[in-house]
Design a protein around this ligand. Structure first.
Ligand code: SF4
Length: 386
């Protein structure tokens, strides 16, 4: 196989890995048109901060000696595997980058010869890209299960983002998905090392003068875990290891794996998990405030968690928008962080009296309407939005 065919094969096999902004809003982030850049191995991505890029997501190798129950690459599964040598991949990516076909890269790998050896190959590739090809663009490096602390440090010196996929929220849950991965030692500990390094090593020692961000990914519903378990761990990671974002990938069964008969998880669950994780991270919600259902400890699928909360607290007692502080404003459905700032700014010189003035501030007025008062009155929804 030539290098381009290897790349097409490996990157198509990588499609389950997430980077960039998950699409959780009714207005998904603007992306490049797929037709405009129809290369099978490059994906349009919008990174935190709004930067858009053509991201090459690929594996260095789809050969793997482990046997995770959900994974298409598990050892012994019959499919066509391929492997790049570090200099081979770095040279190919460099050409794509120089031709404008790929602007950033997300590099992971199946495990062959142990986590340490596989991590070395990923690091060698990153090193060649940065030092030999003087690549200055976005690089997301996966930390392999079992990697050593020195390797994590090296990855942080070379990458813009590093990630460890936890897959499940605890040792017991992980055993149902990946019996040979060790939850604490192989997965959680490297995430703690990243934060330890960030706290002790000055940022100028990293390649761009900034610490790389850290993300993780869970297989939502893969181990019969509850949303409460996933979000409790996400919340802990946000607060204790500086996690930038948790990705949730709704479980779907893969043919010829031990979980091939397990039913797929509703993708709406993934969506609700993202919404709830943003409430925890950005909107000042505590875990206990999220509307978990009693019997399952899952979020309701039929309504978004912010609306469910607002229904309980503002449904009977709508809040006066001309007086609410920022903490209260961002709890109203339809009002985001920017909308709350805009409301506070406008209120300095005038009062808000109708929904159309809210719309001009970027608020989704029809969602906010049931939970607010404007100058002591419930807003007149239909007339105001005409
Ligand atoms: S170690 Fe990674 S690539 Fe290998 S089987 Fe497990 S999840 Fe798949």
């Amino acid at each position: 196989m030539d290098t381009l065919s290897t790349l097409k094969l490996l990157s198509s096999q990588m499609s389950f890995e997430a980077d960039g902004e998950p699409r959780v809003n009714s207005d998904p982030p603007a992306c490049f048109s797929p037709k405009e850049h129809d290369h099978a191995f490059v994906h349009p991505a919008q990174l935190p901060g709004g930067r858009k890029m053509l991201l090459l997501k690929t594996l260095l190798s789809s050969a793997c000696e482990r046997d995770c129950f959900y994974c298409p690459f598990r050892a012994g599964r019959d499919f066509r595997r391929a492997t790049f040598k570090p200099d081979e991949f770095a040279g190919l990516f460099n050409k794509l980058n120089q031709n404008g076909m790929a602007e950033g890269v997300f590099l992971s790998s199946g495990i062959a010869g142990g986590g340490v050896r596989t991590q070395d190959k990923l690091l060698d590739t990153a090193e060649i890209l940065r030092r030999k090809h003087h690549y200055l663009g976005y690089l997301h490096l996966k930390i392999m299960p079992g990697a050593e602390k020195q390797q994590v440090y090296r990855a942080m010196q070379l990458a813009d983002r590093v990630s460890v996929n936890l897959e499940a929220p605890s040792t017991e849950r992980l055993a149902k998905l990946a019996p040979h991965k060790i939850f604490f030692e192989e997965l959680l500990r490297p995430l703690k090392w990243v934060e330890e390094i960030r706290r002790t090593v000055p940022s100028y020692k990293f390649w761009s003068g900034r610490w790389p961000s850290t993300v993780t990914q869970f297989v939502a519903g893969g181990s019969d875990e509850s949303d409460l378990e996933l979000l409790a761990l996400t919340n802990w990671l946000n607060r204790n290891v500086g996690l930038k974002r948790a990705y949730f990938s709704a479980f779907h069964p893969i043919r010829n794996t031990p979980l091939e008969n397990k039913p797929a998880v509703d993708p709406v669950r993934e969506h609700r998990l993202y919404q709830a994780s943003f409430l925890l991270r950005d909107y000042g919600f505590d875990l206990e405030e999220l509307p978990f259902m009693n019997k399952t400890n899952n979020l309701p699928l039929h309504t978004d968690p912010k609306q469910a909360w607002a229904e309980m607290y503002f449904g009977e007692n709508p809040i006066e928008l001309n007086k609410a502080d920022k903490h209260q404003l961002i709890r109203i459905p339809g009002i985001g962080l920017k909308g709350a700032d805009a409301i506070i700014s406008v209120r300095r010189n005038s009062r808000l009296r109708d929904l159309s003035s809210l719309k001009k501030l970027g608020v989704i007025a029809e969602r906010a309407a049931p939970y607010i008062l404007l100058d002591g009155r419930k807003p007149a929804l239909q007339l105001a939005l005409l």
